[in-house]
Write a protein that binds this ligand. Structure first.
Ligand code: 5GP
Length: 189
């Protein structure tokens, strides 16, 4: 049986990663989305087992102790996000490849774990100003949380050089096309 691969998409919050991942999954039926676990509250419209596995902090830390995560990060203070071994294996056992939406630290960490089996893609926002505007438009975060995400974004952009591929998300359609092309190339190798 062919060995399953992993496509990692990382970006600062608000860089358009979620939209790009959605298009990628629609275009490429051989890719399945790895649903992460998180200890944050569901946003309006988010579904259990579709967007995330929503866990209490206690349930999350119990899974850390039981070694159930490939990787996890304390992405924001008190908020854990992680990828479960069971989720990645479930997708590979179906003969599919895994697409993962990850914070920047997590993306670099996963690439280190999986090496050539993984393609790491960094979605680069056109500028911090555009990022701020997008975060505000999304309207899901308080001012305090926006400030926290922007401070983190500044640091994350410096890490772009550690990724296999960097895609500038200025014009969304162009960025999607570039991501699809890079992923196709990687999966057909
Ligand atoms: P949000 O709260 O906006 O859904 O996600 C916050 C950040 O956590 C995003 O950058 C998202 O990519 C990241 N994230 C989601 N799942 C995982 C995961 O399994 N591991 C890590 N390290 N980060 C994740």
């Amino acid at each position: 049986m062919r060995e399953g691969k992993l496509v990692i998409l990382s970006a600062p919050s608000g860089a358009g990663k979620t939209t790009i991942v959605k298009h990628l999954l629609k275009n490429m039926p051989s890719l399945l989305f790895s649903v992460s676990a998180t200890s944050r509250e569901p946003r309006k419209g988010e579904q259990e087992g579709v967007d995330y596995y929503f866990l209490s902090v206690d349930a999350f830390t119990a899974k850390i102790r039981a070694n159930e995560f490939v990787e996890y990060e304390n992405v924001y203070p008190g908020l854990f996000y992680g990828t479960l071994h069971s989720e990645v294996n479930r997708i590979w056992e179906l003969g599919k490849d895994v697409a993962i939406d990850m914070d920047v630290m997590g993306g670099m960490h996963l690439k280190e774990i999986f090496g050539a089996r993984a393609l790491s893609i960094f979605i680069h926002p056109p500028s911090i100003e555009v990022l701020e505007e997008r975060l505000r438009k999304r309207g899901t975060e308080t001012e305090e949380k926006i400030a926290m995400r922007l401070a983190k974004a500044n640091k994350e952009i410096e890490s772009a050089v550690h990724f296999d591929v960097v895609i500038l998300n200025d014009v969304l359609e162009v960025a999607i096309e570039q991501v699809v092309s890079k992923v196709n190339e990687f999966l057909s190798k």
